[in-house]
Design a protein around this ligand. Sequence first.
Ligand code: ATP
Ligand code: MG
Length: 397
Amino acid sequence: MDERYPDRRSGEGADIIHYTHAVVHYAEIGLKRGNRDFFEMALVKNIRRRITEKVRRTHGRLLISLSPESDIELIASALFKTFGIANFAFALRTKLDITEMIGASLELARVSDAGSFRIATRRSNKKFPLTSTDVNQKAGAAVVSELGKRVNLSEPELTINIEITSSAAYVYADLRRGPGGLPVGVSGNVLALVSGGIDSPVAAIQAMKRGCKCVIVHFHNYTFYKDFVRNKIIGLAKKLTDFNYSTRLIIVPFVDVQREIVQKVSADYRMIAYRRAMFRICEKIADREDAKAFVTGDSIGQVASQTLENLGAIHQVANRPVVAPLIAYDKSEILNLAREFGTYEISTLPYNDCCSAFVARHPATHAKQEVIEDMEEEIEFGPLIEKAIADAEVLVL
Ligand code: ATP
Ligand code: MG
């Protein structure tokens, strides 16, 4: 049981709060005027994919109706993973009646061991006869006199919020921070190039945070540890599905392309050639998947293939924007995100990416486009690309 939320099901003791609703606030989507309905509906839909409770839009916020069977812990963990949510709280709904609002405030204050508190009222219903300040004072006075807590407006240990809407008031104490961002789907589809490493799954989740629905593409040379690698990628894709709701995973055989590159491209340029070939294949997949951009885990200077010159030579062949959310992140920051998102454990299972096969120990770090183009001149990409796509495995997770 999550200690942050009193258990409303156990029914014993005086400190059980029977929350009636979860109040969910969004930040940025409230700002996009023309698209507001579209954004709110996407957020509602994404929440509904995770929980069975009723979710509705009202007065610039979402309300989730709780029943005695509702599992608060489960709902909280779903909301923590739903991009587009700025914050949320479990609340008591009351009538538009100051006595009820005070009663709810006392109920919340009573279960808290905080010594100091404040009441923060927001009144979107201007017809309610009391101002926010009136409500703050009345509810505050009751908490002081009944429970002996101290008012502290600047640094209270407990804040009790009262939101007064046109039909009811919602009273809550424990405002939880959501993951922020935009609801997945509102920015359209992208292809996320996901290796088995640490960076690319984090990059994909960062793209989801900006509303992108990710179709995952993985290139595999199938030479070593076929099932182990396949399972690892499926495991990662399942983790990403936590945020992406449902995921198309496309596993593309890369061995034939790679063999051709090994023959025609010198070892110091092979990594670059592999990644250029990946983008050429992705171009065709993106057409089919209606994807507007490519997402990679690139970070400037992290490895040899990621100097600006090399990234230039690689991204040059991409016919869509290459979005690299981690481009300016340090490895330690990326590791923290991987732990936070829950991808770290799978990503760190041992495995060699196909890009690391047959490459020079000291690859080119200042790739010249003319040089790679010259070597690629010998390769007939068309049939290789066709075959790779024809043999690709598509999984829906
Ligand atoms: P990662 O930790 O994501 O593997 P990396 O630091 O190892 O990244 P590279 O191996 O140079 O860096 O790969 C850079 C990016 O190229 C990856 O983040 C990923 O987006 C893409 N990529 C590399 N290998 C593959 C692969 N086998 N399948 C799909 N995408 C790949
Ligand atoms: Mg890698």
